[in-house]
Design a protein around this ligand. Sequence first.
Ligand code: ZN
Ligand code: ZN
Length: 405
Amino acid sequence: MVPRDPEAQVFVTENHPELRQTKLQPAAELLPATRELEQLGSGRRTQQRVPASEALQVTAALGSSSFHPGVSRDHAVGEGFLATCLALRSSSSCEVNILWAAHQVHHSSEDYNLFTALRQSVLQKYTSWIFNLPMALFIPPSVFAVHLQFNLLYQFWIHTEVISNLGPLEWILNTPSHHRVHHGRNPYCIDKNYGGTLIIWDRIFGTFEAEDAKVVYGLTHPVNSFDPIMLQLRPLAHIWNTFWATPGFCNKLSVIFKGPGWGPGKPRLGLPEEIPVITGKEVPFNPSLPAYLNCYAVVHFAVILDLYTELLGTVTTLSQGTLLLRIGFIILSLTSFGLLMENRPKAGILEIIRCLVFVGVYKLGYLRSQFSSLGYAYEVLFSLCAAFWGIQIMKRITSSKDKHH
Ligand SMILES: [Zn+2]
Ligand SMILES: [Zn+2]
């Protein structure tokens, strides 16, 4: 059988001589699944070659697999090093103030579900490279790239309260239970369970904590806001202010590189007694909203999702200006939704501006839906919404005038 992706195979074998062996051996010796096929099949020996992508995935997934003794030793060293770097990255993200400023976005959710996994910082990718860089000394880039995706995928499903305990797997793997502790703001949860895929690293380095009392999720000092820009950038402003307010050059450096709870005269990670006490009765920030506003937010979020998907599909064909305009509109929309969800009085003004911007920009062709038939419906929807918010604001102005008279 001809490899599905011959170019990929050439790339892999040229750049990673250890995989060249893969090319020469019958697939039956490489992939257990293929061996099974042979046993089940008609006895015809299939001289299958393993496509590069599959070879990579199998090698990466098994790591210290036994079918290539030379490769396995390198990969075992590489994997150990990779795991150490990832564990170091994870612990530093929580224990170094400037890195925490980025990572705290992920922890700012007071709910714990699969959406929490997607709640990520825009800044984190500018800091994680520091810990990824040393891996270049041991790990082929393609193996690293595959591992990174596995690592990322694995960490998605553990953000759930649905799975309580996984029995013996709790000893080795980072499970939903272990990661719930990582997201807790109870004093017993702080700076615990950094592991991404395996929990053994925390057990070895003494940062493991089993789930015990009811975990209350979020930051020790909750943000109480749905404003996405504020959530992303507020900690940086806090570091900036603390940096200038703290006397002494070494102290200033410590503000940046020690823990978020550090202050002059305190241990590196701050004082445990300063962590607010948790009673278990804390409730997530959730301002009460009229039902129509919840429906409004759902509909408009679906429209933004449509515009975003269209943007992803056409990103390489757009000019820088159009790209910036579309990204700007998505950020404006998310900010406006945040203010609406907080039931702020001025949210209506921003929403009018957003709706009018949409109608204008859509008419000029700078924004586009994936479904061209929806264009007219969107224009009508946004025009009606602008009128609706206009009426709401007029009502508010007249009622406040009546109160004054
Ligand atoms: Zn974390
Ligand atoms: Zn998480």
